[in-house]
Design a protein around this ligand. Structure first.
Ligand code: C5P
Length: 407
C-alpha cells in the first residue's frame, strides 16, 4: 500500500528518534518515497546522515530553511509534496507549537504549509506527558480532523521510569501509515462498534492434549487495527494467542477464550453492543467427547477418539442478531474457494463471507499476507489480490460498507 507513496517524516528531539530509523528503513524498503526533516534537538540524538542513508535522499535541517527548491521555499515544497506526514518522536515542545500553530523551525513551518493527514507519535517522560498543559495540547491537536495520534504507550522509559510516554513501536506506526493511505485519513467507521473473533480454539482431551489448528490470529489483529484506524470501537474475542501479538492493540476490549464453547458464550455476551460482527476465528469443528481432568498416561490414550460437535458460533449468532447488525464470516478453503463459501454464507445466514485460499504460497495461516474473494447475499463478488492482511481488512470493511450496512 505504501509503494510509490510520498511520506514526510519530521523528527524532533527525543531519544526515541533512534527507533524512527527503523520506520524510515521499512518504508524505503517497501518502495515509499521518504523525506526526513530533523529539528535541532533531533540532531543531538541521530544525524541527518543516518536518515539520508536510510531514505536514499538528503535529510533536511533548519540550516536548509532558506535554501529554495525549484525556486520555492523548502517548507512549501515539502508541505505540498507530502501525501502523509509522520512526526516521531513528537516532544512536548513540538506538540505545544503544533497545538498553537507556531512556526519557528522547518518542521513546524512545513506542518502549516501542508494539508495532508498527519500521524503524531508523542514520546516523553511520564511526568512530562501527564502535565495538564501537555494533555490539553494533545486533546486540542487531535480535534483537528487531519491529525491522528499513535501512542504513547506504557513501558520502561530511557529515564528508567516505567509509565506512560513511551513512543509507539515502529510496527504500530507502519500499520497506521498503511491505513492512512487507504482511508486518506477519513474516520468513516466512527460511531460503529465492531465485534471481531480471531485465533484458533483449543478443545482439550486432558490438561496437555487438545484438538487445535495453526491459526495465529494475525487476520483478526489486522481487522482490529483497520477498524481502530477508521474510528470504530472494537471488541476482540480471541483464542489462545501469543501475548506479544496483542501488544500492538490499544483501546480495544479484549476477551480471551480457549474452547469453542467459551468463545460461543463470549460472542453471545458481546453481540448486543455490536453493529458489525466479523468472525475470523478458526473454530474447531469438533471436540473430544470425553474430557479428562488428569493427564492420561500414554498407555491409556484411546486408539480411536470419540468426537462431539461444538456449537457453530456464527450460525447461532445469526439467529439472535438484530436486523441492523451485519454478520461476516470467513471461509478458509483449499481448491475451489467460492462454491463452499457461498454454501456457508447461506447455510449460516451470514450477510457476507471472505473466502480465502489456504493452499496458496505466501498467504493464509501465520502469514502477514492474504487474498480472498468477498461474497455477499446479493451475489456480489469482489476479489482481493494478495496483499497485507491489513489491506484485506480495509477492503472487507469497504465491501461491508457498500452493502449499506447498519446505516
Ligand atoms: O469452519 P468453517 O469453514 O465452517 O468456518 C466458516 C465460518 O464459520 C468462520 O467465520 C468461522 O469463524 C465460523 N465458525 C463458527 N463456529 C464453528 C465453526 C466455524 O463460528 N464451530
Amino acid at each position: 500500500m505504501v509503494a510509490g507513496r510520498r511520506v514526510l517524516i519530521g523528527v524532533s528531539g527525543g531519544i526515541a528518534a533512534y527507533k524512527v530509523c527503523e520506520v524510515v528503513s521499512a518504508l524505503a524498503k517497501a518502495g515509499a518515497e521518504v523525506r526526513v526533516l530533523l529539528t535541532e534537538g533531533a540532531q543531538q540524538f541521530v544525524t541527518p546522515l543516518t536518515f539520508a542513508t536510510l531514505s536514499r535522499h538528503a535529510a533536511y535541517t533548519d540550516e536548509d530553511f532558506w535554501q529554495p527548491v525549484h525556486g520555492r521555499p523548502l517548507h512549501i515544497e515539502l508541505g505540498e509534496w507530502a501525501e502523509l506526514m509522520l512526526i516521531a518522536p513528537m516532544t512536548a515542545n513540538t506538540l505545544a507549537k503544533l497545538a498553537y500553530g507556531l512556526a519557528d523551525n522547518l518542521l513546524t513551518n512545513t506542518v502549516l504549509a501542508s494539508t495532508c493527514p498527519i500521524l503524531l507519535a508523542p514520546a516523553m517522560n511520564t511526568d512530562m506527558w501527564l502535565q495538564p498543559p501537555v494533555q490539553q495540547n494533545w486533546t486540542q491537536i487531535l480535534a483537528d480532523p487531519r491529525m491522528h495520534g499513535v501512542g504513547p504507550g506504557e513501558g520502561v522509559l530511557a529515564c528508567d521510569r516505567t509509565g506512560a510516554g513511551r513512543m509507539a513501536e515502529p510496527a504500530e506506526m507502519l500499520s497506521y501509515i498503511e491505513s492512512l493511505f487507504h482511508t486518506q485519513g477519513d474516520r468513516d467507521l466512527a460511531g460503529k462498534h465492531i465485534l471481531i473473533s480471531t485465533g484458533g480454539t483449543r478443545e482439550f482431551l486432558d490438561p496437555v492434549r487438545f484438538i487445535g489448528n495453526p491459526s495465529t490470529g494475525k487476520m483478526g489483529i489486522a481487522l482490529v487495527l483497520a477498524a481502530r484506524h477508521r474510528g470504530a470501537a472494537v471488541t476482540l474475542v480471541h483464542g489462545p494467542m501469543e501475548a506479544e501479538r496483542l501488544q500492538i492493540l490499544r483501546d480495544v476490549r479484549l476477551v480471551p477464550t480457549v474452547s469453542a464453547e467459551d468463545m460461543h458464550h463470549a460472542m453471545k455476551d458481546e453481540l448486543p453492543k455490536a453493529d458489525w460482527i466479523v468472525m475470523a476465528a478458526a473454530v474447531a469443528d469438533v471436540k473430544p467427547a470425553e474430557v479428562h481432568a488428569a493427564k492420561l498416561p500414554k498407555a491409556a490414550l484411546p486408539k480411536e477418539l470419540p468426537l462431539a460437535d461444538v456449537p457453530d458460533i456464527v450460525a447461532e449468532l445469526s439467529r439472535d442478531k438484530l436486523s441492523h447488525q451485519m454478520l461476516v464470516g470467513f471461509a478458509a478453503q483449499t481448491g475451489d474457494i467460492v462454491t463452499p463459501a457461498l454454501e456457508k454464507l447461506h447455510r449460516k445466514h451470514l450477510d457476507a463471507i471472505a473466502a480465502n485460499p489456504i493452499d496458496q504460497p505466501d498467504g493464509g495461516f501465520g502469514s502477514d499476507r492474504n487474498q480472498a474473494i468477498l461474497l455477499d447475499r446479493t451475489g456480489r463478488q469482489v476479489a482481493v489480490a494478495l496483499g497485507s492482511k491489513l489491506e484485506m481488512a480495509h477492503q472487507l470493511y469497504d465491501f461491508v460498507k457498500e452493502m449499506g450496512a447498519g446505516d
